[in-house]
Structure formats: structure tokens, C-alpha cells
Design a binder for this molecule. Structure first.
Ligand SMILES: [Zn+2]
Length: 440
């Protein structure tokens, strides 16, 4: 069996974090379905990603296994060649000194140790900095988190809070994420948090964790923005279809990394929090977290919908009073000159350095608006809701989106997508009257 056919079904992450020493001791227990391929394929090595912390011991179904860790990979030799389709329990004990990993642009990502705790924002490939992960976009799993921290501190993760118990100078927090989740969307945040529970639309349990280390103004701003969260969830559900998960909430941190991330069910926010950021990260629960892209090159499908959701929210909240309508916001992007960097990126084929380029966000949203203008409101809403519904929990590509758009609209959209998605250069915006799109 090739390593890529691994299917991790569940991660049980038992972590102990020493905040002062920035030291993580972990035990990860993975329920793996070893196979899924043809019956005659024999299991080879099990290859997981683990970059930073060192593996100390590995067991398969309770028996010690041989392993080696090189170049960010943990290669485990099966104890005895298991049959394809067999379920394995792989247990990895590991530990490491945690720091502040940065990506090619100098942005911190992965497990980020701070003076007051830790936060995890792992897009695109930061998960292996804190647990042995099958770090691909096509393998979702459920998670249990058991996190031991210095007494008085709080550990916040995805999903539902199981509870906490105090023992000596340590407190252990447990969380359960029952909605299958990609590795980069898993998060654990450690700090001094105020936990606030509420009930959202559809009866969804909402749990917010707001750092007590924020200054007074930032705390006020965060509380004001979070007060809109139930309304934003309802707005997004009315727009795209039912909220896809069983829990919701927010984590607001004191250490400002300059960006937020759509960690599943509970996005991580920086100190400065406003309603449009919440709209953006919650929209990702539908587009990115539930409907997940198959390769990072398709990231415009995540960011385009997230930014377009911001435009729709702005239109509703501020459109009439401040002129911030969806049309005005689309016009603002469309009217950027031909020399603007956003026209230099092929939306369906960004380089790794371009993954988080403004083009992916702004041109992505504009492309959705242009599509709406081209196929009309009825077809657009039918398309986007069908997209969220039929691909919930799965993986998609740009080709899938194009196919569904043609199917729903009954139009040949080859020329449209070639101009808006598969090209560098500014599309001929004059052929699409962006100003005449109307909300319905
Ligand atoms: Zn985003």
C-alpha cells in the first residue's frame, strides 16, 4: 500500500505543555485505516509528517515498532504486514522545544509559543509542528484533545468542551471535535481565557474564548464584534445553506500575529477583531472547512467565497448608509488598472508564494460576482447552495466548480472561466455590467 492511501480516521492528542519552558510533551494515538486500495497491495511503511518535535517511541496496536524521523517525516515500519483495509492503532510519543516557526514570507505559523501561552494557526502545512499528522488535504478525521497546562491557564481547541480537572499544579482540559476535520484546521490555544457560552441559530452551541490579556479597548471591540456572531451565523446560513458543523465560537488571542484563521468550528482571531473578519472566517466554515479544496492551487474557491461573504454582509449592514454595497465593492476591484498585481496571478494556478496574494482574495470574490452577473441571480444562488450542500465534508477542484456552474446555468462558460480564472491579465470587465447585479 502506498503511504498516500493512508486514511487516518481519528486523532487522540494528549498534550502536556510547559508554558515557561515552551516544552511540549505529546502522545498521539491515531486510528488508521491502512488500505482502501486493491486487496493485493501490501502495506509498506506508514509515513506521517512530524517536523520539529522528536518521536521517542512508536507502537502499533500496543507493540513497539521501528521508526525513523528524517526531513519532516516519521517513517514507521509495520510490526507485521497487515492486510489492506485493516484498522491500526498507531501511538506516537514525542516531545520538543517549541518556538515561532515562520513561512517563506516571515509570517508565524504552526504551533506558536508566546510569553503568555501558545496558539496554533497551521495553514497551509503547520500541523506537523505539533503532532504527527497525515498532512494532506484529502484526509479528514475526528479529534480528541486532552491538554495539560499550568494550573489557572486554559487550553481551547476545536469542537465541544468536555471539561477540565485540576491536579496539583496542573489543569487538564478535554475537547472533542466530532466533525471530520483537516489537519491544518486543528488548533490548540493556551492562555488566560474568559470562556463565554451561548446558543447560536439552529441551536448550535457557541463557545468563545477571549484572552484576559487584551487591553480594555481591544476587549470592548472583541465583545462588540462577538455579539454579532449569532446574527452573522444566521446571515451566512440564510445565504449559503445550513451551518455545516455541530459547534461554533471564537478564540481571541492577545499576541497579535496580524492574521486570523478559520480553524474548524472555532476560528483564531488576532487582537483587532471586527465584524467583517468574523464574517470571513465563519464563511470559511462552509468554504474551506466543510467544502475543502483538493489542492492548494484551488485556494481561490476558499478565499473568493469568504471575501464575497464579507461584501454581502457589508451590503446588508452598511450599503445604503455608507455606499459600501456589493456593487461598489466589486467595482472598486474591477476598476483597478491593468498594471495592478491582482491581475498577474492565474487564479487556478498560483505559485506557493502567491497562495495568500490579494488576487486570490479580491479577484476571487470579483470572479464570483462576475459569474453571478453572467448567469443571473437565480442560477447563481442555486449553484452556490448546491456547491455547499453536495460537496459538504468532501474535496473539490476548480474544474468541479466550472462543471456545476455550467450544469446549473445551462450555459457554456468556457470563455468566462478562461478569462476570469485561467489567465493572467485583466478580464474585459466592460462586457459584464457589474453595477447591474441586484441582491435578491
Ligand atoms: Zn480566508
Amino acid at each position: 500500500m502506498a503511504a498516500t492511501e493512508l486514511d487516518v480516521q481519528h486523532y487522540d492528542l494528549d498534550l502536556d505543555y510547559d508554558v515557561a519552558r515552551r516544552r511540549l510533551v505529546g502522545r498521539a494515538t491515531l486510528d488508521i485505516l491502512a488500505g482502501g486500495g486493491p486487496d493485493d497491495i501490501v502495506l509498506d511503511d506508514i509515513v506521517l509528517d512530524l517536523r520539529g518535535p522528536r518521536a521517542k517511541a512508536v507502537r502499533i496496536d500496543g507493540a513497539d515498532a521501528q521508526f525513523r524521523q528524517t526531513k519532516g517525516e516519521l517513517v514507521i515500519e509495520p510490526v507485521a504486514g497487515p492486510n489492506p483495509g485493516q484498522k491500526l492503532e498507531v501511538e506516537v510519543e514525542y516531545e520538543g522545544a517549541m518556538g515561532t516557526p515562520v513561512d517563506a514570507n516571515g509570517t508565524p505559523f504552526g504551533w506558536i509559543a508566546t510569553s503568555t501561552g501558545a496558539q496554533v494557526l497551521a495553514q497551509p502545512d503547520g500541523a506537523p509542528t505539533w503532532f504527527p499528522a497525515h498532512d494532506v488535504l484529502t484526509d479528514k478525521a475526528t479529534y480528541d484533545f486532552t491538554v495539560t497546562v499550568p494550573r489557572g491557564m486554559t487550553a481551547v481547541a476545536n469542537g465541544i468542551l468536555g471539561g477540565h480537572r485540576e491536579e496539583g499544579k496542573r489543569t487538564t482540559w478535554s475537547w472533542h471535535a466530532e466533525d471530520p476535520m483537516l489537519t491544518y484546521l486543528a488548533t490548540v490555544n493556551i492562555g488566560d481565557y474568559d470562556l463565554q457560552a451561548a446558543t447560536g441559530p439552529q441551536g448550535i452551541p457557541v463557545l468563545n474564548a477571549v484572552s484576559r490579556d487584551l487591553d480594555r479597548q481591544a476587549t470592548r471591540d472583541a465583545q462588540e464584534a462577538l455579539g454579532l456572531q449569532p446574527e452573522i451565523l444566521k446571515f451566512l446560513a440564510d445565504t449559503w445553506g445550513p451551518y455545516p458543523f455541530s459547534a461554533a465560537g471564537a478564540i481571541v488571542n492577545d499576541a497579535d500575529l496580524g492574521y486570523a484563521l478559520e480553524t474548524q468550528t472555532r476560528p483564531v482571531y488576532a487582537t483587532t477583531l471586527d465584524d467583517s473578519t468574523i464574517v470571513h472566517e465563519l464563511a470559511h466554515q462552509w468554504f474551506g472547512d466543510s467544502v475543502s479544496i483538493a489542492t492548494w492551487q484551488d485556494i481561490w474557491l476558499n478565499e473568493g467565497f469568504a471575501v464575497y461573504s464579507e461584501w454581502l454582509w457589508s451590503d446588508r449592514e452598511y450599503g445604503a448608509r455608507y455606499g459600501a454595497t456589493v456593487d461598489a465593492l466589486a467595482d472598486d476591484v474591477a476598476s483597478r488598472p491593468k498594471s495592478d498585481p491582482i491581475w498577474k496571478v492565474d487564479l487556478a494556478a498560483p505559485t506557493r508564494a502567491q497562495l495568500f496574494d490579494r488576487a486570490v482574495y479580491d479577484r476571487g470574490a470579483l470572479t464570483l460576482h462576475a459569474l453571478r452577473r453572467t448567469i443571473g441571480d437565480d442560477a447563481f444562488w442555486e449553484l452556490t447552495r448546491a456547491w455547499a450542500r453536495t460537496h459538504a465534508g468532501g474535496n473539490v477542484t476548480t474544474a468541479d466548480f466550472e462543471h456545476l456552474a455550467e450544469q446549473v446555468s445551462g450555459q457554456d462558460l468556457h470563455t468566462f472561466f478562461r478569462a476570469w480564472v485561467h489567465s493572467t491579465g485583466r478580464p474585459d470587465v466592460s462586457t459584464i455590467d457589474l453595477s447591474r447585479v441586484r441582491l435578491s
